[in-house]
Design a protein around this ligand. Structure first.
Ligand SMILES: [Fe+2]
Length: 403
């Protein structure tokens, strides 16, 4: 296990019916809330009205900012920050999925950022270090989807959209921790089957990104990660089958938080190569993040297992009960990956690039995606951090395995 320091200041209010407490929670942090939502599904479900009622009952004024798109854009964030400034908002409430929560965090930081807010994002390929935000308006997250775990962490993924070509990158900063997360699994009962399944793929990938990266002697972290994966595998199909299954929705919602509030990753190498490769694709083509991960993760696993079979043997054995005795390690590892891919397919996730609807995928296209990946994150030798580190050619090889 590696040395670590852990800090997560987000107050977590969890359970069915928690939305009623939103006003009480937000009123601790501000009197005028920028209420950030996506394209309006929270209005159709009545969640928006209930959130506003709770806020107003607690004496919190509401300024609506709607229209945050999936794979949220930098220019949208700028508009949100302008709206917050214009109306003098002193707290930001994120009511939606990962896109809304990530946009809200960056809006909250942009309001108080000195200089060009674009400088806060990671662009390792440029050789420039990000200038992290040091403060932000308080944020309260209210997730309506079990997936990104953004409700209780310090990260945000944003697509820079005002340059020649979109670039999906990220920021991680202490100032971005939400003050509180009001997590009400009832809000996820109306999530359609496909997005429920994409959420499951996202949750599992958040923990495989650390689990499969080879830090020695991490028994507790391993079992945390396995707990998240096994829970997602048990309850994911139930939620896909019957969206109204509140218990399944509750377990998934909790799994999404545990997967990425930092607890599973402490003391473990967690470089997130699958996310970086996926971001290059979803940034360019607006693919749902979880769908992209369901395609890239098994492909990356097949590549990485050859370099690092022991971890994959453990994954195969402990998650899928693959027999190990007297068998070749790589054979066991590959069987585990096959089983994982079958699981993703069984809940309705795509597992091939051709299923993402992004047109012809030539060698040149794959190299372009690899370059976009490395533009965001690379080590001093220009490789994507991970086990193994991936050169441009390696990324292309991974992507070819997903065709
Ligand atoms: Fe993710």
């Amino acid at each position: 296990m590696m040395k670590f320091e852990y800090y997560n200041p987000t107050r977590l209010i969890f359970g069915a019916g928690s939305l009623e407490r939103l006003g009480e929670v937000v009123s601790k942090y501000g009197k005028k809330a920028l209420l950030v939502i996506g394209k309006g599904s929270v209005k159709k479900t009545g969640t928006f009205d209930r959130a506003v009622a709770s806020l107003e009952k607690a004496g919190v004024k509401v300024v609506e900012f709607s229209g945050v798109e999936p794979n949220p854009r930098f220019t949208t964030v700028l508009k949100g920050a302008e709206t917050a400034k214009k109306h003098g908002c002193d707290v930001v409430v994120a009511l939606g999925g990962g896109s809304v929560m990530d946009a809200s965090k960056v809006i909250a930081a942009t309001v108080l950022y000195e200089g060009n807010p674009k400088d806060m994002f990671v662009r390792a390929g440029s050789g420039k270090m990000p200038r992290l935000p040091e403060k932000a308006l308080p944020v309260v997250t209210v997730p309506t989807l079990a997936a990104t775990g953004s409700e209780m962490n310090n990260g945000a993924v944003i697509t820079i959209d005002d340059e020649d070509e979109p670039l999906k990158t990220f920021v991680m900063a202490e100032a971005l921790y939400p003050r509180a997360a009001v997590v009400d699994p009832e809000l996820t009962l109306t999530v359609p089957k496909n997005y429920t399944a994409y959420g499951v793929a996202d949750i599992i990938t958040h923990v495989t990104e650390s689990y499969l990266n080879n830090t020695e002697e991490t028994p507790i972290q391993d079992r945390f990660a396995e707990g998240v994966i096994l829970t997602a595998i048990e309850y994911g199909p139930r939620a896909v089958e019957n969206g109204q299954d509140l218990n399944a929705r509750t377990q998934l919602q909790w799994a999404s938080i545990v997967a990425l509030n930092g607890w599973v990753q402490v003391g473990v190498n967690a470089p997130y190569p699958v996310h970086q490769i996926e971001h290059a694709i979803s940034g360019l083509y607006d693919v749902p993040h979880g769908a992209g991960l369901a395609v890239v993760n098994p492909a990356w696993m097949r590549f990485a297992a050859k370099h690092n079979p022991d971890r994959f043997v453990q994954f195969a054995q402990r998650i899928f009960g693959v027999p190990v005795e007297g068998r070749d390690k790589l054979e066991v590892a590959m069987e585990g990956i096959d089983r994982f891919e079958e699981f993703l397919r069984s809940i309705g996730c795509p597992t091939r690039l051709s299923e993402l609807g992004i047109g012809e995928i030539t060698e040149d296209v794959l190299y372009h995606w690899a370059e976009k990946t490395l533009e965001v994150l690379c080590d001093e030798e220009g490789r994507l951090p991970g086990v193994p580190p991936l050169s441009k050619e390696d990324i292309v090889e991974v992507l070819k395995m997903a065709i």
